[in-house]
Design a binder for this molecule. Structure first.
Ligand SMILES: NC(=O)c1ccc[n+]([C@@H]2O[C@H](COP(=O)([O-])OP(=O)(O)OC[C@H]3O[C@@H](n4cnc5c(N)ncnc54)[C@H](OP(=O)(O)O)[C@@H]3O)[C@@H](O)[C@H]2O)c1
Length: 361
């Protein structure tokens, strides 16, 4: 068994470690990880590893202990290759949250035809959305041809769906335009597409780096696009909500300072520019929030029920992926050694915006 581990404090540095596998206990299953996506979202799991608890999902199992080394979770597919759980057969294929590792042991609970939860001791207090595994072979019409799109876009455009929904719930907070930072990220693109589809929705204005400007323009999902170093073209006289995927607080503060009363609200979602994180927003209390998609999901699942929630999210993601797929290409990364080779580039933002990395084991 092998696992890709990073230094928690220097997560740009990582290495593949060989680990000893133990005996399967009653009620456990061994999963062989098949493939997973790798985007800035995974880097953010490392940035916020201690703050939100992402290091707890898959403790780095090694002789070096779990204090200094951590495992960054990934979204992907795995197959059951060994089972001592009476309801889970060998061969079951799962979609969900995995370690970047060849294998992982889990303890299924609340098993139904379509899903189960990993009830391993160390995960019990972590959000349900991350502990849930879909039994994809039991889904009507499941097709492996869509695995890549699902791994990359399901967690990101689920978040986009939740942000649009949260904004709409609050009548867009009175905004006529939504400014989206780190506009070339896949989460932002999903949000811009969702805003475009709202008949009476606000305009989507993107802010991106000069190097990602043209590629992002090509997709054509923003009403306007600007770069971090030139915000002068933005109309500051209209009511605005800022959705920040970047964590570039200096840019957000520049916008806040220029907008005065027209700034209605700031939603902090991501940290793609993680090296600029840590400063404080120049904004009065009650006009900003940290957005955590699993929290919003839980609220809506309670209100709508799981089936209705899944239906709405699926429709949203099918539409957004259809728009993006003509623009994006998938790039195969070969196993954990391939992951180790590209990890630094993902951390430093060196992957072209229209590329989707898929690690195949
Ligand atoms: N709160 C939640 O529940 C939630 C859920 C899902 C995602 N998110 C967050 O949304 C963000 C976007 O994730 P994603 O997977 O969609 O990203 P992605 O598609 O991999 O985004 C890549 C883009 O991020 C920017 N970037 C990445 N690394 C950078 C670096 N080191 N320096 C400068 N720019 C960098 C660049 O965009 P620009 O040039 O346009 O800035 C780049 O084109 C992440 O922070 C993620 O954690 C949050």
């Amino acid at each position: 068994m092998k696992q890709f581990q990073v230094q928690k404090k220097q997560f740009v540095e990582g290495e593949v470690r060989a680990l000893q596998s133990g005996h399967l206990r009653e009620g456990e299953v061994t999963l062989k990880v098949d493939k997973f996506a790798y985007t800035a979202n995974n880097v953010t799991y490392a940035v916020a590893g201690n703050m939100i608890g992402y290091w707890q999902f898959f403790p780095a199992t090694s002789d070096r202990g779990v204090t200094e080394w951590g495992v960054i979770p990934v979204w992907g597919f795995a197959d059951v290759i060994e089972s001592s759980h009476k309801e889970i057969p060998v061969g079951d294929r799962l979609f969900g949250y995995f370690p970047p590792a060849t294998h992982v042991v889990m303890r299924p609970a609340k098993v139904s035809e379509h899903q189960w939860l990993d009830s391993s001791e160390h995960r019990r207090c972590l959000p349900t959305a991350y502990n849930m595994y879909r039994r994809v072979a039991n889904e009507p019409g499941y097709n492996r041809a869509f695995d890549n799109a699902r791994m990359i876009f399901w967690p990101l455009h689920m978040t986009a769906f939740c942000i649009v929904d949260a904004l709409e719930m609050h009548d867009w907070r009175g905004a006529e335009q939504i400014i989206i930072l780190s506009a070339s990220s896949k989460t932002s693109l999903g949000l811009a597409i969702g805003l475009h589809n709202m008949a009476e929705g606000p305009k989507a204005i993107g802010i991106t780096s000069s190097k990602n400007l043209e590629t992002t323009k090509d997709l054509g999902v923003y009403d306007e696009l600007h770069t971090y170093d030139d915000l002068s073209g933005i109309d500051m006289s209209k009511p605005v909500v800022i959705v920040d995927m970047s964590g570039s607080i200096s840019t957000v503060n520049k916008l806040i300072d220029s907008m005065g009363d027209q700034l209605k609200y700031v939603i902090q979602v991501g940290l793609t520019h993680w090296d600029q994180a840590g400063q404080k927003l120049n904004i009065e209390k009650g006009k900003s929030e940290f957005f955590f998609a699993p929290g919003h999901m839980q609220v809506r699942i309670k209100e709508w029920g799981g089936a209705e929630f899944n239906e709405k999210v699926s429709a949203y993601i099918q539409n957004s992926v259809a728009k993006i797929s003509r623009w994006m290409s998938y790039e195969k990364v070969e196993g954990l050694d391939g992951l180790m080779a590209i990890h630094k580039d993902v951390c430093m933002g060196n992957i072209p915006a229209n590329k989707g990395l898929v690690v195949e084991m």
